[in-house]
Design a protein around this ligand. Structure first.
Ligand code: H2B
Length: 95
């Protein structure tokens, strides 16, 4: 199913539905800190498998124990339902 762009009402709801994420420069942003590099990379591996299964991939960076994630739908240049789904699944990996 093609990505469905979020409307202004959807965007307003994000603060409630995805409290771990912030709207930053048109992306859904989350910073995570882990015990060490192995924990951070293990998390990234789990996210990579989810992203590949969804065919929807994060923009992200990793510095030792830190992972910074920005979700956006490149095909549409805006946030979509796929970004929300991926954020929810990422949240499902973290305590
Ligand atoms: N990931 C993200 N974040 N946005 C996209 O628009 C996107 C993607 N498009 N992963 C997918 C791949 C597309 O390029 C392939 C051809 O399905």
């Amino acid at each position: 199913m093609p990505a469905q762009p979020l409307n202004s009402s959807d965007l307003s709801a994000l603060a409630t539905t995805l409290p771990n994420w912030q709207l930053v420069a048109g992306t859904l942003h989350r910073d995570l800190v882990f015990a060490d590099f192995v924990e951070a990379f293990a998390f990234m591996t789990k996210v990579a498998l989810i992203a590949e299964a969804m065919d929807h991939h994060p923009q992200w960076s990793n510095v030792w124990n830190r992972v910074s994630i920005d979700l956006i739908t490149h095909d549409t240049g805006c946030l979509s339902n796929l970004d929300v789904q991926l954020a929810q699944r990422i949240d499902g990996l973290t305590p």
